[in-house]
Design a protein around this ligand. Structure first.
Ligand code: PLP
Length: 367
């Protein structure tokens, strides 16, 4: 608790510093490639019957929104005088984004990754090593993301003097859900400005996929005070039985994981359930606590789509717009397509394309 308190105090101090804000803005522009475009998807609109705009996080450096958070936290780590960065990763995407900023800032970097994921994601492990990071295999528990996060937390508790723990989503103990949401909220603040000329009253609805929930919080946050409907789309996988999906908000119940009270997928005995999704970045058995709050307050709504629906949406967007989305982002597209009859031709709908599909194309090629 003491070190979480210190982190919160340090973060609040750094955030008020104009120099920090300016430095981050320059990096977002020149390193990450912000602002990302808000693109009118003409053919998808014609087919679906709403005016659909895509927020192009797939065009960020490293191919997804994760770099927004990593740049912010790496800069924070440097301000707090930490020379060593650690992180957890499941699919390897957060590990790659963290190793990227560690290289850029010249910081030591250790990535914790479950043995099963190391095996499944060999290419990302190789990328992290190319970037100069050390990848530590975690052999405990289910040997996946949840266990990698346990190990990273243990390392942080032991080495807090030198080490900054860079969490990859709006999950974990406070202040992390707040810090990650703040650094990702650039997505929604940009989109709000960009959508104004085409929708004076704001968009009717916004769709984003939800794993831990960072890209969704990132685009939702600026729109919370508006009238836009906010829809998070979870991974419905291959069925409703435990182990076949990772829909924590739509199928889970209240519980505590990694220091936050949220919605979880767990068995009656309290143990965390195994999870599945075709999108490697969506299989986390919990979800950011602020999403659980938005669900309970009714400000946001959460639905799920199956692997099959996400795959169909991947092909639709690729063929209609020439934009292959990440399988994660394809869930957001699928969520919209599933609900398209709710909308009229004049309704403006935003979809957050959290990442690009290049990483997933080899999977399609194998099949
Ligand atoms: C990691 C990842 C996600 C899931 O993480 P969130 O914290 O829910 O955003 C979604 N899309 C892409 C492209 C990712 O890499």
């Amino acid at each position: 608790m003491a070190q979480l308190g210190d982190l919160e105090a340090g973060y609040r101090r750094v955030r008020r510093d104009r120099g920090f804000t300016r430095e981050l803005a320059v990096l977002q522009r020149e390193y990450a490639g912000r602002p990302t475009p808000l693109y009118f998807a003409e053919r998808l609109s014609a087919e679906s019957g709403a005016r659909v705009y895509l927020k192009r996080e797939d065009l960020c450096h490293t191919g997804a929104h994760k770099i927004n958070n990593c740049l912010g936290q790496a800069l924070l780590a440097r301000r707090l005088g930490k020379r060593r960065i650690i992180a957890e990763t499941g699919a390897g995407q957060h590990g790659v984004a963290t190793a990227t900023v560690a290289a850029k800032f010249g910081l030591d970097c250790v990535i914790y990754m479950g043995s099963k994921d190391v095996e499944r994601q060999a290419q990302n492990v190789f990328r992290m090593k190319l970037l100069g990071a050390e990848v530590r295999e975690v052999k405990s528990g289910t040997q996946t993301l949840k266990d990698a996060m346990n190990e990273a937390l243990r390392d942080w508790v032991t080495n807090v003097e030198t080490t900054y723990y860079l969490i990859g989503s709006v999950a974990g103990p406070h202040p992390y859900p707040m810090i990650v949401r703040d650094f990702q909220s650039v997505i929604g603040f940009e989109a709000r400005r960009q959508v104004k000329p085409v929708a004076a009253k704001g968009p009717r609805a916004i769709y984003a996929c939800v794993g831990g929930g960072s890209n969704a919080m990132g685009i939702f946050y600026a729109f919370i005070p508006t009238r836009a409907e906010l829809i998070g789309v979870e991974a419905g996988g291959t069925g409703s039985r435990p182990g076949r999906h990772s829909a924590s908000l739509t199928r889970g119940r209240a519980g505590i994981l990694h220091g936050s009270l949220t919605k979880l997928l767990s068995a009656p005995d309290g143990n965390v359930s195994p999870v599945h999704s075709i999108a490697a970045g969506l299989d986390y058995p919990g979800v950011g606590p602020e999403h659980a709050y938005l669900q309970r307050s009714g400000r946001a709504r959460y639905i799920s789509v199956t692997d099959r629906e996400a795959l169909a949406a991947f092909h639709r967007l690729t063929k209609l717009e020439g934009i292959p989305p990440a399988f994660e982002s394809a869930h957001a597209v699928a969520g919209f397509l599933k609900e398209r009859r709710r909308y009229r031709k004049s309704d403006v709908v935003l979809i957050n394309v959290s990442g690009r599909g290049d990483k997933d194309i080899p999977r399609l090629f194998e099949k």
